[in-house]
Design a protein around this ligand. Structure first.
Ligand code: 5GP
Length: 188
């Protein structure tokens, strides 16, 4: 069966578990390319530069925008996040599909410049579950948590604009579903 490297975007509100899901699928599909986003926010404890993100100053981020280095970038909460074209091009050239875990604005921007992208929206089983998961993480201040909840609510209304919707209720089941979605689009 013919297989082609594809660009996938996985979005969903903070706390929906998309990071865990994507990490699980990576374990199942070791050939998936890994790209690291750039951000102007500071590293959280345990986050390593060049692994979690390319952490950069506002000035550095501006320089990359001016140079046209970003496939997309967006302001999320108080900071800017962006995907460097070089990261994606390198993977696709090696025949590796790429999964970008980016916010909804970023996903929409990618669609404009990369119409072949497959966008997958991860939804919580319910609003209450999402609030519980976000509150339980304990890494955010109260103000930051309120902001994330507000953003989450707005993002959830955009789920239908995505190509595929995936509910993350049972993690094993959601992982299997995501794996099948990638398989389907790589081979279709
Ligand atoms: P966090 O600060 O919790 O790591 O991420 C906050 C938000 O930024 C998440 O919704 C995440 O998906 C989004 N994000 C991470 N990397 C990128 C990127 O390269 N581009 C865009 N547009 N959003 C990103």
């Amino acid at each position: 069966m013919e297989r082609r490297a594809r660009l996938f975007v996985v979005s969903g509100p903070a706390g929906v578990g998309k990071g865990t899901l994507v990490a699980r699928v990576r374990a199942l599909r070791p050939t998936l390319g890994l790209t690291v986003s750039a951000t102007t926010r500071s590293p959280r404890p345990g986050e390593v530069d060049g692994v979690a993100y390319h952490f950069m100053s506002d000035e550095e981020f501006d320089q990359h925008i001016e140079a046209g280095d970003f496939l997309e970038w967006a302001q999320v909460h108080d900071h800017r996040y962006g995907t460097l074209r070089s990261e994606i091009d390198a993977c696709l050239a090696r025949g590796e599909s790429v999964v970008l875990e980016i916010d909804v604005q970023g996903g929409n921007n990618v669609k404009k410049v990369f119409p072949d992208v497959v966008r997958i929206f991860v939804e919580p089983p319910s609003w209450e579950t999402l609030v519980e998961r976000l509150t339980g993480r304990g890494t955010e201040s109260e103000e930051s948590l309120a902001l994330r909840l507000q953003t989450a609510k707005r993002e959830l209304t955009l789920a239908d604009s995505y190509d595929v919707q995936l509910v993350n209720d049972d993690l094993d089941e959601a992982t299997e579903n995501l794996d099948q979605i990638l398989e389907k689009y790589e081979t279709s």
